[in-house]
Design a protein around this ligand. Structure first.
Ligand code: 8X3
Length: 248
């Protein structure tokens, strides 16, 4: 049974991707910071074999230590879904909060590197595997007040493209998906728990669901080895670009 390792699996796109991968026949390593949520997910996925790893991707030592505890049945990772991350704040740069900037760069960029670094020895030894990075349309389309979040996702996209080149001789495929508006805890986290402001983001149109994104991710990582669907932009039907949304 192929094994997929999903970060940020306690909610949103990560959780939906874990469910969809289980349905597609993968065993799973589900990672996150919230053990109760991960336990609930594992119970929902039964009888799929699931191993839970609780750690924060921002912490490199904790990431390496968590990966080192994987039991033998979950050590040969075939697919890594670098999904953990998020946005904090939506303010003009002159009013930005440097702690929010750190949080975004630490999780979205450094966190992705920490997890990738921890898993690469296994991929390298087995000469194969698939790394899928969850980036964002925010990495391509500048929008007002997006500043550091947009920059962090642009970094994810550039890392994806450069990693693909570096890992080519090892036959490790690397790809990215760039979702647009997906209704998850994303906006609630961005607006620090302000549910009303978060709900407004998805007002007047049908956003993508986490399942919509998960379906495409499963399609990408289950192509045969001679195929790499390397770069996908997945918008809501009512969305023309990151900040251009037709609302009724
Ligand atoms: C989330 C999409 O456009 O709200 O990554 O930044 S957007």
């Amino acid at each position: 049974m192929p094994i997929a390792f999903v970060t940020g699996a306690s909610s949103g796109i990560g959780r939906a991707t874990a469910v969809a991968l289980a349905q597609a026949g993968f065993g799973l390593v589900v990672c996150g910071r919230r053990p109760e949520r991960l336990a609930e997910l594992a119970a929902e996925l039964a009888p799929t074999p699931v191993h839970i790893l609780v750690f924060d991707v921002r912490d490199r030592a904790a990431t390496e230590a968590a990966v080192a505890t994987l039991p033998p049945a979950f050590q040969a990772i075939d697919v890594l879904i670098n999904n953990a991350g998020g946005a904090h704040g939506l303010e003009p740069i002159q009013h930005g909060n440097p702690a929010d900037w750190d949080a975004m760069l630490d999780a979205n960029v450094r966190g992705l590197l920490h997890v990738t670094h921890a898993l690469l020895p296994g991929f390298t030894a087995r000469k194969g595997g698939f790394i899928l990075n969850v980036s964002s349309v925010a990495g391509r389309d500048a929008y007002a007040n997006g500043n550091v979040y947009c920059a962090s996702k642009a970094a994810v996209s550039m890392l994806t493209r450069t990693m693909r080149l570096d890992l080519l001789p090892l036959r490790i495929r690397v790809a990215e998906i760039n979702p647009g508006a997906v209704e998850t805890e994303f906006s609630e986290v961005r607006f620090k728990g302000d549910k009303a402001r978060a709900a407004k983001v998805y007002d007047g149109f049908q956003p993508l669901s986490p399942q919509d994104v998960a379906e495409v991710i499963v399609f990408m990582v289950t192509r045969p080895p001679h195929v790499n669907l390397a770069d996908v932009v997945l918008l809501a039907g009512a969305q023309g670009a990151a900040s251009i949304i037709y609302r009724e």
